[in-house]
Every structure is written in structure tokens, then in C-alpha cells.
Design a binder for this molecule. Sequence first.
Ligand SMILES: Cc1cc2nc3c(=O)[nH]c(=O)nc-3n(C[C@H](O)[C@H](O)[C@H](O)COP(=O)(O)OP(=O)(O)OC[C@H]3O[C@@H](n4cnc5c(N)ncnc54)[C@H](O)[C@@H]3O)c2cc1C
Length: 224
Amino acid sequence: MKVICADISLDADIVIAAIGIKPNSELAADAGIKLSVNNAIATDCMLKTSDKNIYAAGDCADAYHVVTDEKTWIPLALRANRAGWGVADNICGKVVELAGIAGTAVFKVFDLEVARTGLTLKEALKSGFDPAAVIIKTRSRAHAHPGASPIRIQMIGDKKSGRLLGVQMVGWEGVAHRINAAAVSLHNRMTVEAFSQTDLAYAPPFGPVWDPLLTTANQLLKKI
Ligand SMILES: Cc1cc2nc3c(=O)[nH]c(=O)nc-3n(C[C@H](O)[C@H](O)[C@H](O)COP(=O)(O)OP(=O)(O)OC[C@H]3O[C@@H](n4cnc5c(N)ncnc54)[C@H](O)[C@@H]3O)c2cc1C
């Protein structure tokens, strides 16, 4: 493949365009509405902006993070959609307050599934937690089941409170939807210990007896 950009010409096997994103908040800013993180439109739990008669929803608006309780800007489809419904409900008189987001995200890079929820170690440190982290390598299927592939998981917990703060995972199978168990526990502000005691499903084609998330939580418990 030949890549021609301006006056540069390069031979390449693959081209990745990482152009970044920013909130489309100029209209709001011009109207004097308050902006917050990354210039996203500042909203409260009811999606109201700094003008009580104007609501904002979607990628243009901020949200509360359920782990830090601080404002954040993580523009993804579920939150955009949910906030749109929330605005409609509030305008129509049904009072809706949104809890916030955990920053749960999944994507596929070629055959690899990548997933995250909550905070990375760096984000946990920046948010004032006293974090500990473990990284483990485990398997997507039970030991005796053919076709298993490695799953790598990083889990972060807070040494002071024992809270689970975040999980990141990568592997060829069993990653994308496994992250959701961790996301639910973040919404419920669970400790790593409480999470390690949850009853997660097992059958040989889907994972080891001890789900990879439980094994990681057990290892993290030794550090917090
Ligand atoms: C390539 C790509 C892949 C993605 N994949 C995922 C994914 O896998 N999972 C996930 O959760 N999220 C994903 N997202 C993000 C997701 O698409 C967005 O979070 C979501 O669409 C935001 O919804 P929204 O309604 O806020 O904005 P949009 O969907 O962008 O809708 C805004 C609309 O407003 C219109 N508009 C803008 N300005 C004006 C104006 N002045 N007047 C009239 N109309 C206007 C636009 O044309 C557009 O139709 C992806 C985004 C991209 C770009």
C-alpha cells in the first residue's frame, strides 16, 4: 500500500488514522453555557446545563464517574443514548437522575478483544487513591477443554478502602462481555474482597472453574 499525505509518500502494510475527538460544544459556549472537562458541556445528574432551561446529552456533554464521583468526559454510545432518554423524561416531567458512568469500553484489534472499566493505575493515582495493581495471565477455557487462549487481566484496588477501582483485559476470546461483571461491581462500589466472593458462572468452554476475574481479585487481595 502507498500512503500519500501532503508531500510525503510512504510504503505501508497498514495505516491507522488516530485523529482524536473533541466535544462539539461551541454552540453552548457561545450561548454562555458552562463547560467542564475537555470543554464538554457541564451537566448535573438530571442533564441540566448551567442554564436551568437547557439540557445536554450525548458526546457533547460531561458525566459523573461512579468511581471518582468527579466529572469526566468519556464519549460512548450507551451514555449518549441513555442521557438522551433522560433529557426527554425530564422535559416531560418524569424526574430522572443518572448515576454516572464507569467508562466501560470494548474494542477489537484484528482478532484481539480489548476491554476496560473504571480506572487505570495512572488514573487511580491521579484521582487521589492509594492503588495497588496486579496483572495475571489466565485462560479463556477450562484446562482440559481444547482451543483455550490466554487472557491477560490487570485489576486495580484501593489499599485504604479496599474498593475495586478498575479492570483492563485483553485476549482472543472471553474478554468483551466478561468486563461487564467488573463494571456492575464498580457501580455498586464493591470492595475487591466482596467481588472475589461473587458467584460467577463456570462451564469448561467458557472459562476455568475460578473465573479469570475471580483469580485476579484473589491475587489483588494479597496486595491491599
Ligand atoms: C468510528 C466510530 C466508532 C465508534 N464505536 C463505538 C463503539 O463501539 N461503542 C461505543 O460505545 N461508542 C462508539 N462510538 C461513539 C458513539 O458513536 C458516540 O458516543 C455516539 O454516537 C454519540 O451520540 P450523539 O448523539 O451524542 O452524537 P452523534 O451520534 O455524533 O450525533 C450527533 C448528530 O448531530 C448532528 N449535528 C451536529 N451539529 C449539528 C448542527 N449544528 N445542526 C444539526 N445537526 C447537527 C450530527 O450530524 C449528528 O447526526 C464510535 C464512534 C465512532 C466515530
